[in-house]
Design a protein around this ligand. Structure first.
Ligand code: NZQ
Ligand code: ZN
Length: 385
């Protein structure tokens, strides 16, 4: 096991009817900005509950944060925060709204051009406004981590940032707030949480026994609940398990002391920036191809994954690895999420375009061994055609 420090300061308030607890979670003298996405938070009634819980506090709102939040939109929120001297942010939504709120929290107090925060991956964040979240879409884990991803629409740059100052102070997780999600977003959430887990697990053996068992437990849970999560929108127990699993998949716990990959995410971000494919859907395109191309480096863990997650115990090592990758692909496809670029009418030209973006963003040594250079990324993308 590698050396590590683990500290996660986010208070989780989990369960039915927990939005009302905002009345005590948000400081009484706070000047609050509620940030939300498109129409869903208003339509579902969640915003009304949030407003009621905030009572007599000074409250302003900023709506219109789009999926894959844009720098251009977020800078309007920064202007509102600065102009009206707001001092507490409250995100109501999914990963995009929460990530956007993290960016605003840092950008509002940043001395300089805030896009530098994305360019430096958050290393230059010295202070940030406090913020909390009300999660409406289980997927990204943003509700309990310190990272975010923003896109500069003008240049198709989708960059991630991270700072210890960007953990939410609290996150309200009421599984019933997910009942209104379209099936497509539920499927996306299952796949995103699945791939967050594999990015921290499917690397090489590190004698991290409990991290492995936790990761396998999260993966098995996602596979087990997937059909019901998609088919039965108002099954509270299933949605509760989905919500907590997705949070645990990226709150630092399973990643402590183990090697991490993240190449699937970095390549996926370029596909979203170029072709506007949903985040999780880009992961389903890249992961099976990446596992195949990296099968030698990942051999030990692929065999363990096949056996413990998919109960694959027969056949030669290579046959078992093939079956493990095929099971992964079938899981994604079974959720209606394609694993081939051709499903999006993308071909060789997309491979070239993504490689150009990876080069421009310095993504030339990815993966747990830093051995996914542009030539290897090309093989991965071509395997996904
Ligand atoms: O905009 P509205 O109208 O609110 O609709 C949203 C949006 O269209 C809708 N939605 C959310 N909650 C709903 C709902 N519709 C009905 N009922 C509800 N309860 O869902 C759509 C997608 O929302 P979005 O927030 O974009 O999805 P997700 O949570 O998957 O977030 C994706 C973003 O997170 C980033 C991704 O790159 C992407 O930009 N990620 C953030 C990470 C992090 N901070 O740690 C890690 C991830 O790997 C990921 O990169
Ligand atoms: Zn993700």
């Amino acid at each position: 096991m590698k050396n590590f420090e683990f500290h996660n300061p986010t208070r989780i308030v989990f369960g039915l009817d927990t939005v009302a607890k905002l009345s005590t979670l948000v400081p009484h003298d706070a000047r609050v900005l509620i940030l939300y996405g498109g129409a869903s938070a208003e339509k579902t009634g969640t915003l009304a509950e949030v407003r009621a819980a905030l009572g007599q506090r000074t409250v302003q709102e900023f709506g219109g944060i789009e999926p894959n939040p844009s720098y251009e939109t977020l800078m309007r929120a920064v202007a509102q925060v600065r102009g009206d001297k707001l001092d507490f942010l409250l995100a109501v939504g999914g990963g995009s709204v929460i990530d956007g709120t993290k960016f605003v929290a840092a950008a509002a107090l940043y001395d300089g051009e805030p896009w530098e925060i994305a360019e430096r991956g958050g290393a230059n964040v010295r202070q940030a406004l406090p913020f909390g979240t009300v999660l409406t879409l289980p997927a990204t884990g943003s509700e309990m981590n310190s990272g975010g991803v923003v896109t500069k629409k003008a240049t198709h740059d989708k960059l991630s940032f991270r700072s210890a100052l960007l953990y939410p102070q609290f996150s309200v997780l009421d599984p019933s707030k997910t009942f209104t999600l379209p099936a497509r977003q539920v499927a996306n959430g299952l796949v995103d949480a699945f791939v967050h887990t594999t990015e921290q697990y499917l690397t090489y053996p590190a004698q991290a026994m409990v991290q492995d068992r936790f990761a396998e437990g999260l993966l098995q849970t996602l596979v087990e609940i997937a059909p019901q999560a998609v088919a039965a929108p108002d099954d509270y127990a299933t949605r509760a398990n989905l919500m907590w699993t997705a949070t645990l998949a990226l709150n630092g716990l399973i990643g402590a002391g183990v090697p991490q990959d993240w190449a699937t995410h970095m390549i996926g971000h370029e596909l979203t920036a170029l072709y506007d494919i949903d985040h999780a859907r880009t992961l389903a395109l890249v992961l099976p191809a990446l596992l195949d191309v990296q099968r030698e480096q990942k051999r030990g863990k692929l065999l363990q994954y096949g056996e413990r997650v998919w109960n694959i115990t027969q056949g030669s090592d290579d046959e078992r690895i093939d079956m493990a990758i095929a099971s992964t692909r079938a899981f994604f496809e079974g959720l209606g999420i394609p694993t081939r670029l051709s499903a999006y009418q993308l071909g060789q030209e997309a491979v070239e375009a993504v490689l150009k973006q990876l080069a421009a963003h310095g993504m030339t040594s990815l993966g747990e061994h830093r051995d996914i250079d542009l030539a290897r990324s090309r093989r991965i993308l071509e395997a996904a055609l």
